[in-house]
Design a protein around this ligand. Structure first.
Ligand SMILES: Cc1cc2nc3c(=O)[nH]c(=O)nc-3n(C[C@H](O)[C@H](O)[C@H](O)COP(=O)(O)O)c2cc1C
Length: 206
């Protein structure tokens, strides 16, 4: 038996809570931007994923109009920093609704470092920084999806093993429902099956 939910009758906020409790875990883009006044901004966004491969594009969504979105529209650049488990409290604190012009880097005490290709700084303590130039934005009701072309990726060499960013070293946080957060659990490794191998894939799947 299943319980049925109709977004029209449930209403936007409860349905949003339902969606964010079942679309889990979500990776967190810790998005740094700068405003026209030059003040740096930092905020977590869990409506985040890869949008395209060639060109390499990532996307995050601003629900409502927030400082990150305003800065992205004003200056056309942002950096996606991986939100590492070791900076849990700081990631959460940067979601505080500080007034525009207050830098979360300074208010929360997050160390920053210069980016290579864009103005917004990176989070020095994050192992991954994806420097992005805005590709486009798309308004969807009360939300705005921001697409950014990745123009540079800066990865801490300490997380790289044989040219691969190792998940046990990255230790990314993820967002779950309510105020819940996830950390990396058991990691499974299984190769995809090519159709040419499908018939011989083994008796357990017949
Ligand atoms: C883990 C986490 C994930 C979040 N994801 C989003 C998101 O995807 N979109 C959004 O608009 N707000 C999200 N928020 C809330 C924003 O981070 C919060 O509103 C923040 O104050 C926005 O900062 P800004 O005004 O400096 O851009 C999230 C908060 C947390 C703690």
């Amino acid at each position: 038996m299943r319980i049925d939910f109709d977004p029209e009758t449930v209403g936007p906020t409860p349905f949003y809570k339902l969606l964010t409790s079942v679309i889990v875990p979500r990776p967190i883009a810790w998005v740094s931007t700068v405003g026209q006044d030059g003040a740096a901004n930092l905020a977590p966004h869990s409506f985040f994923t890869v949008a395209a491969v060639a060109p390499p594009v990532v996307q995050f969504t601003s629900v409502g109009r927030k400082d990150s979105l305003r800065n992205v529209e004003d200056t056309g650049e942002f950096v996606v920093n991986l939100a590492p488990e070791g900076l849990f409290e700081q990631v959460n604190a940067t979601a505080t609704d500080f007034p525009h012009g207050v830098s979360e880097f300074e208010a929360v005490g997050v160390e920053q470092e210069a980016s290579l290709r864009v103005k917004p700084p990176r989070v020095a303590g994050s192992p991954v920084a994806l420097e992005c130039v805005v590709h486009s934005t798309m308004g969807l009701g009360n939300s705005t999806v921001v697409f950014g072309r990745v123009v540079h990726a800066a990865i801490d060499d300490a997380v790289m093993v044989a040219g691969h960013a190792e998940i046990t070293r990255l230790r990314p946080l993820s967002r779950l429902g309510k105020n819940e957060w996830g950390t990396v659990g058991e990691v499974l490794d299984l190769a995809r099956i090519r159709y040419a191998d499908w018939e011989g894939r083994g008796p357990e799947k017949v």
